[in-house]
Each structure stands twice: as C-alpha cells, then as structure tokens.
Design a binder for this molecule. Structure first.
Ligand SMILES: *Cc1c(COP(=O)(O)O)cnc(C)c1O
Length: 407
C-alpha cells in the first residue's frame, strides 16, 4: 500500500493566493462589467529590459548552430553568470563572495524550499510572523512542525513582527533557535533591517551555532543609504548564513525564472556530536543530483542584467515601481492610514484597524481593487493588508482615485 505523506494534511487552508484568486473569480463572474485592478499577488508587470531580450535572442541563435549549441550546462550555473554575480552583487559592494560559492537555480521559491533537505528533522525553527508562506508550509510538508492550533503550528517559534518593533523581530531571549528565516526588504511588510538589527541576528546565530536563511529577493529596491543589501555585509555572517537572491523582482524574471543562492565556504551544520558538516559540498551534491541547471538562454538573459545597459534599464523599471509605491503610500497616508514599506520595497503594509479579509472584501466589492489580506501571512498580519506596487501607472492612479472614493 502506498502511504501518503500525512504532513500535508496539517497544512492550513489553501495557499493564500489560491483563496484570493477564488474570491476574485467569484466576484468577477457576478460582476462581469467590473474593471478589477490587481494589487494583490506580487508579480511584476513591466517587460524584460531590452538588453536582456537582446542577449536572450542571441542565445537562441547560439542554440541554432552546431558550433555554438549548448546541451547540459554546469549544474551550478555557467561561469559567465556566476562571475558576473560575484563581481556586481558582492565584490563591487566590498562583500567577499566568490563565484564558486554561488549556485544558479530557477528561482528563490524552490531554493528556500529545497535547502531544508540539508538539515536534520529535530531542529528548532524561528519564522517571522507575518511571513512569506513558503518558509512555513514547506517545513510543514517536511514534518518539522506539529499540528496547527489557532493559526500557528506546533514546534515552530514565531518571531512577532509588529508596529511596536517596526516589523523587524529581535533575536529571542532564552530560546535557542537552530534555523532562522529572515527576509529583508520584507515580503509582506516592506520593512527593511538596519545593519545593527542584522548584526544582532548574526551574533545570536554564531553564539547558538544556528543558521540564518536570508532571503534578499527585494534587494534591488533598497534606496536608503546604509541599509544592507546582503547579509554578508555583516561581519561574521559567512559563518552562519545562506543568502537567497532572485532575478524575479530585480529584473522582471518571474516568468523567465532565474535565481541563485550563496553558500559560503566553511559554513557548517553539525552532527549530534557537534562535528562540522560543511554545507557547500552538501548543497553541491544535492544540486547536481536533483537539478540539471537553469536554461542557457535564461542565464544569458540574467548575465545581461549586469551589463551597462541592462543595469540602467532594470534600475529604471524598479524606480518606476518605487514611484508607484510612493503614490499609493502618500494617498493612503493622506486618507489617514498608517503605512509601512513602499520606500525600499514594492510592498505597502497598511493598518486597517480590523479584520483583514473583511477589508479585502470591501476593497474588492467597492473599489474593485485586489489586495492581500495580512492574516494570510500569519496571525500578526491580522489588521493589515498588503498592497503591491507592481502595476501600470494608469492602474495605480485609477486605484488611488477609487480608494479616495471608498475609504
Ligand atoms: C517573489 C519572492 C521570491 C522569488 O521567488 P522566485 O521563485 O525567484 O520567483 C523569493 N522570496 C520572496 C519573499 C518573494 O516574495
């Protein structure tokens, strides 16, 4: 008899965005004339940069000729891309990461989910609340949590991110976490962490032989000087952190698919006896066994993000989204709402003083604007909605006009 993985039955409700899609579809079917504006799911709307498109076209032509054709590539990613990443994302910022510590993949969602294969089952995991649902749900699937009770899973340690701490949790006192998920600029709150705040986490992780999984998917949205772009800007982080990056939000690759992780040399997990097991060779083994690489064409496109033209063009697109965010932020602030995020992030976290699903339904019905109810990101997300600035200027301005009418 084929046994099912019963951990799946512990997972609460449906995946957040499936539930939203369901409600929007029902509304749209009942109101076919309504022009719905989607500021819910965090997907980009602007096309790829011309420099990226050009590079990808050239790569397609490479595949058309025997002399330039490429079959299986290196599982870790082509050297041309890993070198460009190491140089531009790290060395240029004075951060010590080398090309052989970089593993190219088809995106950060898979990476953040797959990495836990390297860890033992009985570990204490700290997750922020609210949180990107992938970190939690994948640990539920892997059997690292207890059952859910009042919206929280047994065994997980929830790190409250509330208005009181500016949506950045500090390391817990008297609790020994083994694995810690951090994401800055944050999805969903849009909050950023200062050097000092990250240093507290790095010091905590080193003191406890814990590992930080640092998701920097929104790094390119940072505009405030002094805010760290990488966890490796913090002294000691190479000893206790893995970093996740993605071209999805940085360069509009959500449908093109490319990301990478950094696993520094000498970074350890431990046996029960306390002996170091180096994670980089483990991930190399895992990656080469279970993954056959991101496509050559896509990697050529990603490489072009670092070209002079590509960098200029992708920055302009991010500036465009950030302007959208500012417009919505200013409008909601004028309407009396408290708004976090939207300055170094495409997301706005808006206090709604009440039930977030109700507020979501109100905006859908009265303004035909789709947002994301904060409760979908965790218990501490209740009382907030997330608004995404990924949209056309026209739709953003239209959404603002509608907010003014109904809020
Ligand atoms: C969008 C997003 C990612 C990127 O996912 P991809 O699989 O690379 O598209 C990673 N982490 C967070 C928090 C995100 O919001």
């Amino acid at each position: 008899m084929i046994l099912a993985n019963e951990n799946y039955s512990k997972i609460q409700a449906s995946y957040l965005f499936t539930e939203i899609a369901h409600r929007v579809k029902a509304y749209q079917e009942a109101n076919p004339a309504a022009k719905v504006i989607r500021l819910g799911i965090g997907d980009v709307t602007e096309p790829l940069a011309p420099a990226v498109i050009k590079a990808m076209h050239r790569a397609v032509d490479d595949q058309a000729k025997r002399e330039t054709f490429r079959g299986y590539g290196p599982e870790q990613g082509y050297a041309f891309l890993r070198d460009a990443i190491a140089e531009n994302d790290f060395r240029r910022r004075g951060v010590n990461v080398s090309a052989d510590e970089i593993f190219v993949s088809d995106g950060a969602k898979c990476d953040t989910a797959n990495i836990q294969e390297l860890f033992g089952k009985d570990i204490v995991i700290g997750v922020p609340d609210p949180v990107y649902p992938v970190y939690v749900d994948t640990n539920v699937m892997a059997g690292r949590t207890g059952k859910a009770k009042h919206g929280r899973y047994g065994k997980l340690v929830y790190l409250d991110c509330t208005a009181k701490n500016g949506f950045v949790a500090s390391p817990p006192k008297g609790v020994k976490l083994d694995l810690i998920y951090l994401c800055y600029p944050n999805n969903p709150t849009g909050a950023v962490a200062t050097k000092r705040q990250l240093r507290a986490w790095v010091d905590y992780a080193k003191a406890n032989k814990a590992l930080i999984l640092f998701d920097a998917a929104y790094e390119a949205f940072i505009r405030t000087p002094g805010i760290p772009h990488s966890i490796y800007e913090i002294p000691g982080a190479r000893k206790c952190a893995i970093e996740f990056r993605s071209f999805s939000k940085t360069a509009g690759f959500t449908g093109t698919r490319c990301g990478y992780i950094v696993v520094p040399k000498g970074l350890c997990a431990y046996t029960k006896k306390g002996e170091c097991v180096e994670l980089r060779p483990m991930w190399t083994r895992r990656h080469t066994t279970k993954f056959n690489g991101c496509s050559y064409i896509t990697q050529r496109g990603a490489e072009a993000v670092y070209s002079r033209e590509g960098a200029k063009q992708t920055k302009a697109t991010i500036d465009f989204y950030l302007k959208n965010a500012k417009l919505v932020r200013d409008a909601l602030t004028r309407l009396g709402y408290t708004v976090t995020g939207g300055t170094d992030s495409p997301y706005l976290w808006v206090g709604v003083k009440g039930d977030s699903w109700k507020f979501f339904d109100k905006l859908l019905r009265e303004a035909q604007v789709v947002t994301t109810p904060g409760a979908g990101f965790g218990r501490d997300g209740e009382g907030f909605i997330r608004i995404s600035a990924f949209n056309s200027r026209e739709n953003i301005l239209e959404a603002i006009e509608r907010f003014k009418k109904v809020l």
